[in-house]
Design a binder for this molecule. Structure first.
Ligand code: SF4
Ligand code: SF4
Length: 117
């Protein structure tokens, strides 16, 4: 089972996807970027840390908490909401840069996107 966590866009969550119901469905159906996992254990969902891009301290805390609970994250998905924010709303996150930093610092796999619809 893959232990995953999801980061959602703080500005979009509960506006375009109420209660993250779309990603819960995506997990259940292994849709979109969830298809890369055979079985999914959702460990945590939280926001990106808000603009202008406070992802690193957010993931540092998330990693500490989940490790302390003996449920360390293997893969961190940036939600499709974050991907859309990057493409259409001038989100300041540089995904390639933060992916390299998070993977090297925390030993996790970082993926852009979740559900496909
Ligand atoms: S894309 Fe997924 S993580 Fe982002 S707000 Fe929608 S349901 Fe939540
Ligand atoms: S636009 Fe980007 S940095 Fe701002 S809240 Fe959304 S995902 Fe986070």
């Amino acid at each position: 089972m893959s232990r995953i966590a999801i980061l959602y866009c703080k500005r979009i969550q509960d506006h375009s996807c109420i209660a993250c119901a779309k990603c819960y469905k995506g997990i259940a159906e292994r849709d979109g970027e969830f298809a890369q996992h055979d079985e999914i254990g959702l460990v945590a969902m939280t926001d990106c840390g808000d603009c202008p891009g406070l992802v690193f301290p957010r993931v540092k805390l998330l990693n500490e908490i989940t490790s302390n609970l003996d449920r360390p994250i293997e893969t961190l998905h940036f939600g499709t909401c974050v991907k859309l924010a990057m493409e259409t709303a001038e989100c300041p996150i540089d995904f390639d840069d933060i992916k390299a930093t998070l993977e090297s610092k925390f030993g996790i796999n970082v993926v852009l996107g979740t559900r496909s619809y």
